[in-house]
Design a protein around this ligand. Structure first.
Ligand code: AMP
Length: 474
C-alpha cells in the first residue's frame, strides 16, 4: 500500500505527518497528491471526512516551499475559498499543522470579525490565505487585498458555495486572478451549475473521485419517529438522557429553532450549545471547542453551520427537523460513523414533514424504520413545560418558503448596493409568517411500534444502494 513517504513530498511535510501519526494516505490523497505536485489542475469529487484537506494542502505546501519567494504586499501565493468560517478556520489549521516545519505564513479572511487584524495580516504579503468569498470581496474592494500574486487557487465545497449564493462572487474573484495559475476544485456533488463553473475555471484537469461507498451509511443505525411538532423538544431531551448518547449533533432547519432547542435542553439539565450564522465568531468557536472537548453533549446546528465541521466520535445525529433537500439527509447522518465507528441517526417527523420524508426515501432508495410516539401523554405534559420555557415558533412549510431567503443576509444587502463589496454571512432561510404549530392531528397512520430510546440492535433497517460520495477513513 502507498505510504506518504512514497509520494515524494518534502521532508518537513513528512516530519509533520509523522508528528500527527499519519503514515498511509487516504484514497483521495494517494490520487491527488502526485497530480497536484506536478502543477496540473484537479477536479476532486469528495466531501469532508475523506481527508481532502490534506489532499490539497500537502502538495500545495510542497510546491510553495520548492519555489520559495515573497508574496506581493497585500497579496498571497495560494488562495483557498471556503463557504463557511468554521471550514476556513479548519483548513487554515491544517495548513499550519502540515507546514509547521516550513516557515510559511497562513492567514484567514472571513466575516463576523474586525477588518483591522485581517488587513494587518495581509499587509506584508502571505503565503496561503483561506477566505470566505464575501469578506474577500470586501478586501478587494478596499484594495487591502490583491490577487495578482496568486499561483494556486483552490475552491473547496463548491456545491455548498452554490447553495449559499456565492457563485457570482466566485466568478468575480476568479476574473481578477492571474491567467497563469493552478486550479483545484472540490465538490461533494456535481450539479449542472457547478459543472459549468468547473469548466470555466479549470484547464485540462485531472479528475479524482473517491470511490462511492455505502459503508458509512450502512454502519449507521437509522430510525425515524413520528411525533407532533410541539413535542419534539421533550422527546429529544428524553433521548439525549440515554447514556448511549455520548456526543450528538442535532440539526434544526432555522437559526431561531436551534436557539430554542438549546435553551430548552439547558433548562432541562442537558449540556447543549447552538451554533449558527447569527452567533458571533467567538460564540461559535467556544461552542465548537466545548463540543470537541466533550463538555457539551449536544451541539444544535443548522446545516450550513455544521457543514465541513470535522468532529470525531459523534455517537448520534438527530434530525430534529427533516432537511428540505434529501441530499442533506445523507450529509447530516454522515457526521456520525466516522473513521470506521458505528453511529446512530434518529429523525423526527411531524405530519407536515411527510412529503420531505418521501423525498428522502426516494432519493436514498431506502426505507427508514419508523416508530410512532404521537399521542404520548408523558410527552404532552413535558411539552406544556417546554412551551413555558421557550414559546413555540411559527412554522412554515419549507416548500412555501421563498428560496431566495437562502441567500446570506449580508450578500443580499450587497446585491442591493451596486459596486460595493459584499459581506460574509451564513445563509439560513428565515421562515416568516405562515401557519403556526405544525401538524398535531395524527391523521396519517405510521409504521412500527413504540419507540422509547435509541436502539442499536435490529440491523438498522434496509439500506440499499445508498449513494454516498465519500470513503470513510478507517
Ligand atoms: P478532511 O476530509 O480533510 O476534513 O479530513 C478528515 C479527518 O481525517 C481530519 O481529522 C484529518 O486530520 C484526518 N486525516 C486526513 N488524512 C489522514 C490520513 N492520511 N490518515 C489519518 N487521518 C487523516
Amino acid at each position: 500500500m502507498t505510504q506518504f513517504s512514497d509520494l515524494g513530498l518534502a521532508k518537513p511535510l513528512l516530519k509533520a505527518l509523522t508528528d500527527k501519526g499519519y503514515t498511509t494516505p487516504t484514497p483521495i490523497q494517494a490520487q491527488a497528491i502526485p497530480t497536484v505536485m506536478t502543477g496540473r489542475d484537479l477536479l476532486g469529487i469528495a466531501q469532508t471526512g475523506t481527508g481532502k484537506t490534506a489532499a490539497f494542502a500537502l502538495p500545495i505546501l510542497h510546491r510553495l516551499a520548492e519555489n520559495k519567494k515573497a508574496a506581493p504586499r497585500r497579496g498571497f501565493r495560494c488562495l483557498v475559498l471556503s463557504p463557511t468560517r468554521e471550514l476556513a478556520t479548519q483548513i487554515a489549521e491544517s495548513f499550519r499543522d502540515y507546514g509547521k516545519h516550513m516557515g510559511l505564513s497562513v492567514a484567514t479572511i472571513f466575516g463576523g470579525v474586525k477588518y483591522g487584524p485581517q488587513m494587518k495580516a495581509l499587509a506584508a504579503g502571505v503565503d496561503v490565505v483561506v477566505a470566505t468569498p464575501g469578506r474577500l470581496m470586501d478586501h478587494l474592494g478596499e484594495k487591502s487585498a490583491i490577487l495578482s500574486g496568486v499561483e494556486i487557487f483552490v475552491l473547496d465545497e463548491a456545491d455548498q458555495m452554490l447553495d449559499l449564493g456565492f457563485v457570482v462572487p466566485i466568478r468575480k474573484i476568479a476574473s481578477q486572478l492571474p491567467k497563469e495559475r493552478q486550479n483545484l476544485f472540490f465538490s461533494a456533488t456535481m450539479p449542472n451549475e457547478i459543472g459549468k463553473l468547473a469548466g470555466e475555471l479549470l484547464k485540462n484537469p485531472a479528475q479524482v473521485s473517491v470511490t462511492p461507498s455505502a459503508t458509512t451509511v450502512e454502519r449507521i443505525d437509522q430510525s425515524l419517529i413520528f411525533i407532533e411538532a410541539q413535542r419534539k423538544r421533550p422527546l429529544l431531551a428524553e433521548l439525549l438522557a440515554d447514556k448511549a448518547v455520548e456526543r450528538s449533533i442535532v440539526f434544526t432547519r432555522t437559526k431561531r429553532g436551534a436557539d430554542r432547542v438549546a435553551k430548552y435542553l439547558v433548562a432541562s439539565g442537558i449540556e447543549a450549545a447552538a451554533i449558527h450564522g447569527d452567533k458571533t465568531q467567538g460564540q461559535r468557536e467556544r461552542a465548537l471547542a466545548a463540543f470537541k472537548a466533550g463538555e457539551v453533549k449536544a451541539l444544535i446546528a443548522t446545516d450550513i453551520a455544521a457543514r465541513g465541521i470535522d468532529v470525531n466520535d459523534v455517537s448520534h445525529v438527530f434530525n430534529y427537523e427533516l432537511p428540505n433537500v434529501p441530499e442533506s439527509y445523507v450529509h447530516r447522518i454522515g457526521r456520525t460513523a466516522r473513521k470506521g465507528k458505528d453511529g446512530v441517526a434518529i429523525s423526527f417527523c411531524a405530519d407536515d414533514e411527510r412529503p420531505l420524508l418521501k423525498d428522502i426515501q426516494k432519493a436514498t432508495r431506502q426505507t427508514i424504520p419508523t416508530f410512532d410516539r404521537r399521542n404520548d401523554k408523558s410527552l404532552a405534559a413535558a411539552a406544556a413545560v417546554a412551551d413555558k420555557l421557550a414559546p413555540p415558533e411559527k412554522y412554515v412549510d419549507p416548500r412555501r418558503a421563498d428560496p431566495r431567503n437562502n441567500v446570506p443576509s449580508e450578500l443580499r444587502r450587497q446585491r442591493n448596493r451596486p459596486n460595493k463589496g459584499g459581506g460574509q454571512g451564513q445563509g439560513q432561510g428565515r421562515n416568516g409568517g405562515g401557519r403556526s404549530g405544525g401538524g398535531q392531528n395524527a391523521a396519517a397512520k405510521s409504521g412500527g411500534g413504540d419507540f422509547r430510546g435509541p436502539k442499536r440492535s435490529g440491523g438498522g433497517g434496509a439500506v440499499t444502494a445508498v449513494e454516498t460520495r465519500w470513503t470513510p477513513i478507517d
